[in-house]
Design a protein around this ligand. Structure first.
Ligand code: ZN
Length: 135
């Protein structure tokens, strides 16, 4: 069973980031490692939504390079992509699904109307995976 493990503080950082960018979508990259099939988050790299949009997001290549080289130096990996849905449920949109196919890591979505985080993986089919909070 796959899962995503992050701390209460990580969730707070992501939540604050979504509040700061509301009503636009916000995004971040999650850095960590994979152990026993679970994506364990160690570090959050907050990024700017280049699209400044309420319905889509994109991360600059600069941010991506910074994040991947940071992960490399720490012997970690980019294990997840986070973004928020200011006006819709925490479920991947058609556009998200297209990008999930290109980036087969965990995808975490925060929904403002639902006030919750959900995690997904797109392997052959879309699967919701549990988010566990560690301390
Ligand atoms: Zn989305």
């Amino acid at each position: 069973m796959k899962c995503v493990i992050l701390t209460h503080r990580h969730k707070q950082i992501l939540y604050d980031h979504t509040r700061a960018h509301y009503p636009n979508e916000s995004c971040a990259l999650l850095i960590g490692n994979v152990q026993n099939n679970c994506y364990i988050v160690n570090n959050i790299h907050l990024t700017q939504n280049q699209d400044f949009s309420t319905t889509k997001f994109s991360i600059s290549s600069d941010d991506l390079i910074k994040c991947y080289s940071f992960a490399d130096r720490k012997n970690l990996e980019v294990i997840g992509i986070f973004h928020s849905h200011p006006h819709s449920p925490s479920y991947p949109s058609k556009t998200d699904l297209k990008f999930m196919e290109l980036n087969p890591i965990s995808w975490i979505i925060f929904s403002h109307p639902q006030n919750n985080f959900k995690a997904f993986l797109l392997e052959s089919v879309l699967k919701e995976i549990p988010i566990q909070e560690s301390y």
